[in-house]
Design a binder for this molecule. Structure first.
Ligand SMILES: *Cc1c(COP(=O)(O)O)cnc(C)c1O
Length: 379
């Protein structure tokens, strides 16, 4: 990375590599062109307007989880009919935002929500398309805070009441059943959970066909993981294997579509959090590199013990033979980006890059400690 482009910019800031984002989108398109797969971008991963415009210009749909995300998606060029709205606790105001905008689908997460949505659609005198989010009880082998498809999770409708849910939707004049929705977790790096999900969907399709119920689409959610340890070797996730797994294991009927909602896999690798070394504190047992970015800028390490590759981009090419803990300035013991990191000799003023930070980085930034939000550079 040529750090000259970062000179004079106030740190910390997120740097997004536009070219890598475009190449990532190219890779997805080449896997899905001519298939029944439609890709929706999960905009909670990164809702930077310029990034949203790049993604929407490819004709991707958007997966939203709040009323404000719906509004932003529309402002940034996503077509309302390609916007899907999921969430366990949609407020009336948010639901009405979606109805009035004419979004393509509401992903319903409980029996209770069916009645609420039906009532609000009736008030507006419209019929809305829904998908039922099913909790398929699949272990995605990922962190407990980012697994979502186990039966004790708050997400989705339990398989045992799915039939009741379908009947309820069918009984409403204001709801149109489009399909079934699933999302089993995030940062999934093996194909097995996706294969099991396809088997589960095939079983459901066969089971409900006996009752004469047809689905226009299945939405397999997001969750494809990325290589946090080797961002330079694997800048683009293995989309070929992901889409092959889904398209070859799902038994789709004529005219049926399959949708997915990738977030992290699209934007994580194109982003880095660029920060400056405030000082190097020499402890008796350890040395600490204290940087001006903290958990308020990038909370993943503090929140779920995630690790982002750390590079000293001011000392590029020098031997990485010094050991440091790399920490932020915030008054929390969990404000740590790396323990016993191997770095070159590091000095006050050096620029530090925290890699693979394009997803759930800036989107989760806060003002904690009354800090400013991190800046943005898209190039
Ligand atoms: C967060 C989320 C996604 C995106 O997950 P990634 O792991 O970033 O791909 C997709 N669908 C739903 C319903 C989500 O909540």
């Amino acid at each position: 990375m040529n750090h000259k482009i970062f000179e004079g910019i106030r740190t910390p800031f997120y740097y997004y590599d536009k070219e890598l984002l475009e190449r990532t989108l190219d890779a997805i398109e080449s896997c899905t062109a001519g298939t029944p797969m439609k890709v929706h971008y999960a905009i909670k991963a990164n809702s930077e307007p310029e990034i949203l415009r790049i993604i929407s210009s490819r004709g991707f749909g958007a997966d939203c989880v709040s009323g404000n995300e719906i509004k932003t998606a529309i402002e940034c060029g996503f077509r309302p009919e390609n916007i899907y709205y999921a969430g366990v606790g949609k407020t009336d105001e948010e639901i009405l935002t979606g109805i009035d905008a004419g979004i393509g689908c509401f992903n319903i997460e409980s029996l209770e929500e069916i009645d609420i949505l039906s009532e609000l659609a009736s008030e507006r005198g419209v019929r809305v398309t829904v998908a039922l989010r099913v909790n398929p009880n699949i272990d995605a082998h990922t962190h407990e805070y980012i697994t979502t498809g186990l039966k004790e999770n708050k997400f989705g409708i339990d398989l045992r009441v799915l039939e009741d849910a379908i009947k309820k939707v069918k009984a409403s004049q204001h709801l149109d059943l489009g399909g079934l929705h699933f999302h089993i977790g995030s940062q999934i790096t093996i194909s097995e959970p996706f294969k099991i999900l396809c088997d589960r969907i095939n079983d459901l399709q066969a089971q409900f066909r006996l009752d004469g119920i047809k689905f226009r689409f299945f939405n397999v959610g997001g969750g494809l993981g990325i290589d946090y340890d080797n961002p330079d070797e694997n800048p683009i996730p293995d989309f070929t294997s992901y889409f092959d797994t889904i398209l070859s294991n799902l038994h789709l009927e004529e005219g049926q579509e399959v949708h997915c909602e990738l977030g992290r896999a699209i934007v994580a690798q194109c982003g880095s959090l660029i920060s400056k070394v405030v000082l190097v504190k020499k402890g008796l047992d350890k040395s600490f590199v204290i940087i001006d970015a903290g958990m308020s800028d990038l909370i993943r390490p503090a929140l779920y013990g995630a690790h982002h590759k750390i590079e000293n981009i001011s000392a590029e090419g020098l031997p990485t033979d010094k050991v440091y803990d790399v920490v932020g300035p915030i008054c929390e013991s969990s404000d740590i980006f790396g323990k016993d990191e191997l770095l070159p000799e590091t000095r006050r003023g050096d620029l530090i890059s925290l890699r693979s930070a394009g997803a759930y980085g800036s989107a989760m930034a806060s003002h904690y400690n009354m800090r400013d939000l991190p800046g943005v550079l898209i190039k």
